[in-house]
Design a protein around this ligand. Sequence first.
Ligand SMILES: [Zn+2]
Ligand SMILES: [Zn+2]
Length: 143
Amino acid sequence: MMIGLSCGCGYNKEFSIGVGMMWGDLFELPLKAGGFVSLRKLLSDRAEYDLVKMLLEEKRGKCADYGQALFRCPKCRTFTERFHYLIEYPGGRYSRACDCGKCGAALEVIPCGDEDGDGPDFSAYPCPKCGKPLSGGIVGMWD
Ligand SMILES: [Zn+2]
Ligand SMILES: [Zn+2]
């Protein structure tokens, strides 16, 4: 889905959130079906790729969630979209940590719900430009 954020000061941005066609069976088992070929492309960090592979294969983990997600920097208030995934395995869960491209702080995921909902209440977040409450919501679909 497309999430639009705007503010009276002129801030206006759209983000593509969710699972697109291109990631159809990214984490599907069995691994030899090619899932890890695309995963390898996506995870450019070899150490992260090895970790994910180990969690799925040895820890019997399952991918509980993945796709484009809306992230927010708690420090400089920047919103950004990044690929996000969550792997759950007996005894724990793992998701990739993302850093803010502007200030380097750890980004937090903003849960956007599904296409049937209204999306999160963006007025709870300050505008990245002026600090006033944002307006925002689902503005369309892309997948
Ligand atoms: Zn930041
Ligand atoms: Zn503003």
